[in-house]
Design a binder for this molecule. Sequence first.
Ligand SMILES: Nc1ncnc2c1ncn2[C@@H]1O[C@H](COP(=O)(O)OP(=O)(O)OP(=O)(O)O)[C@@H](O)[C@H]1O
Ligand SMILES: [Mg+2]
Length: 274
Amino acid sequence: MQAPSTVGRITLDDVHFTYPGKEAAALNGISMTLTAGQKVAFVGLNGSGKSTCAKLLAGLYEPECGSVRWDGTDVREMDAQSLHRQVACVLQEPVRFPFSALSNITAATGTLTQADPARTLAAARASGADAVIASLPDTWETLLSKRFKGGQQLSGGQWAKIAVARGLYKNAPLLLLDEPTASMDPPSEHAFYEAVLRGRLREDQITVLISHRLASVVDCDTIYVFDEGRITESGSHEELMALEGGTYAAMFTLQAGGYRARSSAPLDKPLTPS
Ligand SMILES: Nc1ncnc2c1ncn2[C@@H]1O[C@H](COP(=O)(O)OP(=O)(O)OP(=O)(O)O)[C@@H](O)[C@H]1O
Ligand SMILES: [Mg+2]
C-alpha cells in the first residue's frame, strides 16, 4: 500500500521500542494523537526518547509492540519508500550534498533538475537560506563543496538553513524538526521559528519540533514532556506552567532565570556575596 499524500491524524498507541543490543527500552509505552495542522513539541532531558519517537512517527523504526497509524492504517502496511516521500526530516547534523545550492534544497523530492521556482523561493525565504544563497558567488548555482573548483564551504549555521529549506520544500504532510536551530545565531533562530510556526507553507502539515530551548516551543499547540521513554506531561505552555511541581515549569523557569540573572544584577554591586 502507498502512503497517503495527506493525513488527518497520526496515532501512536502504547508504543514500545528498544534499540538492538540495549537492555533498557528507549520508548516505554508512548501514546499520542497528532492532527493535521497541529504544531507539537517534544521536550525532555538527553536520552529521554524524543528523537526515537520522531523516527517511529515517520515509520523509520518499527515499534516492538503497539502501533503507529496514519488515518487508521498501520505504517507497517505501507510501502516504506512511499512513506519516506511523505515525511520531511530536518536533523541536527543535516546531510551536506556536494551539489549546487539549488539542488541541495530540491534534492529530497527526487527532482534534481526540475525545481518548482515558487516553492523553492518560499522555502528559502522561510528558512533564511535566501540570504545565504544571495551571498554566494554564483547564488543558486554555487557548488557547495570545497572539493570542486569554485566550490564554497558553508558554516554549520548556514548549512542548517539550507537543510531547513530542503525540509520545507518537500511540502510533506509530516515535518520533523530535530533541534534544527542548534547551530544558528540568535537572529536566525528567531526568524526560523517565526517562519516555521507562523508562516508555514502548507496549512495541513503536522509539525513536530524537538528543542532544548523552551522559549521556542511556547507557541506550540501541544508540548509533550519525555522522561525515560515515557510521556510524563502534555499540554499547552500555559497548562504545563500551571502544573503543581511540573517538570516543564521547572525547566522553563530555570532557563528563563539564566537569561535574567546578569541583566538584573546591578553593576555597582559585587556578584559574589560579601
Ligand atoms: N542508534 C542508537 N543505538 C542504540 N541506542 C540508541 C540509539 N539512539 C538512541 N539510543 C538510546 O535510546 C535512548 C533514547 O535516545 P534518543 O536519541 O531518543 O533521546 P533524545 O531524547 O532524543 O536525547 P537528546 O536530547 O540527547 O537528543 C537513549 O538511552 C539512547 O542512548
Ligand atoms: Mg535527540
